[in-house]
Write a protein that binds this ligand. Sequence first.
Ligand code: 4AD
Ligand code: MG
Length: 460
Amino acid sequence: MPTRTKIKQLLQEAKVGEEIKVAGWIRSNRAQKTFSFIELNDGSTLGNFQIVAQNELFDSSDLTTGAAIIATGKLVESPGGKQKVEMQAEKIELVGGCPADDYPLQKKRHSFEFLRTIAHLRPRTNTQGAVARVRNALAFASHRFFQERGFLYLQSPIITSSDCEGAGEMFQVSSLDLNKPPKNKDGSIDFSQDFFGKPAFLTVSGQLNGEAYATALSDVYTFGPTFRAENSHTARHLAEFWMIEPEMAFADLADTAKIGEEYLKYLVKYAKENCEEDLNFFDQWVEKGLHKRLDHVLEAPFAYIPYTKAVEILQKSGEKFDFEPKWGIDLQTEHERYLTEKHAKKPVIVTDYPKEIKAFYMRENDDNKTVAALDILVPKVGEIIGGSQREERYDRLEAKFREHELDIEHYKWYLDLRRFGSVPHSGFGAGFERLVQFITGMENIRDVIAFPRVPGQVEF
Ligand code: 4AD
Ligand code: MG
């Protein structure tokens, strides 16, 4: 009995005449008079594998769309021309029984909205299969990119007591009984009786921990889940998303911009070289012109625009924006998209934002008005990377905590990094789902993560 071969491998390596065994899920079964064409998919590749089976080999009412089968037979040339090879089945085994009548995935196009309601079954569709394979490739390529450059992979904690972005958008983690929490005399909740002895949260970013390791091991990166309790209902926000966060010692903002650009180009190149079939699919069905857009990312150097200049460009653009661009106000998605899609027509690195709109840890520039921050904006998605040089000067950082009204007690260990061998250091965070959107052209971030978590939605 030959061992099972995945369809991808089979199409690359198997020879006509060989005995093979395939296993997967039926996408369709077209019965002719004496035999049937079964289209089988096992997720290893986009395309289905055609099995030609005499009708006496199986009970036709069993082998419906969604059924799992193991088929054994001979690989033969396919006369049809749609595919090069197919299987002449000798044995077909139904695994797991005949699917119930209400199997929701029929051979037609389903809307992405509908598919989100059956997120447990949508990986069996072409689009979700392709997204999963590209996502997998991009995760691997991310590790490879940083490993090739001598970065050390750090697993930073998920549960934390510090708010990295200082924005107060954290989910609280507690083992107290929410119905009757212990109280202090003044009526407030007594967190000394909670699991950690004080309030704890799901992390919004691994950066602060990354800084501790970068100021010992030089170059590190995290790649893990992060959480934001912000009530955003957009096509670019999730409550749970994955972030890649490199942090480099003895590095400034320019080093960070350079590695950010290299990283994005590396991912595009990797996807083009390793996910050709899936990208062709996205180019045909999801975003016409995807290949061209991606090629263009590789061709040109990214544009560098300081924030102050960006605001001028927006003000002079003659565009009608919902939010009027104004110095001191954060760029909105419509502004970001104008800069990258219409002005530069390529990715843009916006630098040196007003300090008031950025996080406490960013290094203040000599103008005392801006900080050494950067956002990398790309067509379609807008902000895909956010980073900065970190404030490495003890006094300046301490003053920042006061300005931002943050409790220094929570950040004492972080300040310590500025007391013991402090060095200029810098890093960024890349939103992994936005990277997948950028490379696949998928419009909605809820369709590039397996089980999206957004306000009001924690199904599956
Ligand atoms: O710009 P952000 O908030 O930066 C940080 O968290 C820094 N601590 C990163 C660092 O310097 N180490 O987030 C970084 C990126 C954004 O550019 C965006 O791509 C993504 O994370 N992101 C989100 N992705 C999906 N859903 C959300 N709610 C996101 N918020 C941020
Ligand atoms: Mg940001």
